[in-house]
Design a binder for this molecule. Structure first.
Ligand code: FES
Length: 262
């Protein structure tokens, strides 16, 4: 016997909570990112680069969603770009997250409900895997990985420079938050399945080989086990760091929560 219809299932547990919570966080992230682009475009508040960079009392913080920021592009080129500068960079981290193996599971369940959970009926029956358009695009993940490694290095650079206040060194709330952001982004990238494949010797079928026996305790396997957790923490920390720098300090003009400068 089979139950038919959207969300039809014999399951009696609260299977819908996880996709609902995950979908809500993803939608919040999407809405926040669109708001960021509108702020930069001048549709909300007055456009200034201060909403990407925070420069007060010698502090220099870069909003992580806009990293590396418009300063990385020659101004001659930038003057021809009519859209928010962040659009020049944001496709790389969004492409990386959007094609993430763990992310796909979350997107397919939470946003497409296809299926929303194991043993739950799904609305689209014609899914043929990732062998044809549009989902074949997911196979670009390994290429986005190279860009994500560069981005992680840049986030560490922004965290490092945030401890310099003019000619002095110190620490501000922004320095801490940028460091946490860089740390979790690094953990997320370092635990990537494609990176595991790359450094694990390009083994495509782990269960067909003695790969697990040989490298079962390698650092990347340990990190990879928590990939989903790093996906979520790095998503939330990037939003918090961006909100603090762009909105709390930049748009609203608040002072730092704390700042100790030697
Ligand atoms: S598999 Fe998730 S980032 Fe590569």
């Amino acid at each position: 016997m089979e139950k038919k219809g959207f969300f039809a299932t014999f399951r009696t547990d609260k299977w819908w909570i996880q996709p609902l919570v995950m979908g809500t966080i993803l939608i919040l992230f999407g809405v926040y990112t669109i708001a960021v682009l509108l702020i930069e475009h001048g549709a909300i508040g007055d456009y200034e680069n201060d909403f990407i960079y925070y420069n007060e009392n010698g502090a220099h913080y870069v909003s992580p969603i806009s990293s590396p920021g418009p300063n990385a592009i020659p101004s001659d080129i930038l003057s021809f770009w009519p859209l928010p500068a962040t659009l020049l960079f944001i496709w790389a981290p969004l492409g990386f997250r959007g094609t993430c193996y763990y992310g796909r599971r979350v997107f397919y369940r939470s946003l497409l409900a296809n299926p929303a959970g194991c043993a739950v009926d799904k609305p689209i029956k014609s899914y043929n895997g990732e062998n044809a358009l549009p989902f074949i695009i997911m196979n670009s993940h390994r290429y986005f990985l190279y860009l994500a490694i560069i981005l992680a290095v840049l986030h560490w650079y922004h965290a490092f420079e945030s401890y310099f206040f003019g000619s002095s060194v110190g620490v501000g709330f922004g320095s801490l938050i940028l460091t946490i952001d860089a740390l979790f982004l690094t953990l997320y990238v370092s635990s990537c399945h494609s990176l595991r494949n790359l450094v694990g010797g390009n083994v495509d079928c782990i269960s067909c080989t003695n790969y697990v026996k040989k490298t079962g305790n390698s650092w990347i396997n340990s990190l990879n086990r928590h990939h989903g957790l790093y996906f979520w923490i790095s998503l939330v920390t990037i939003m918090i760091a961006d909100f603090y720098i762009r909105i709390y300090l930049g748009l609203l003009g608040n002072d730092e929560i704390f700042q100790w400068v030697l």
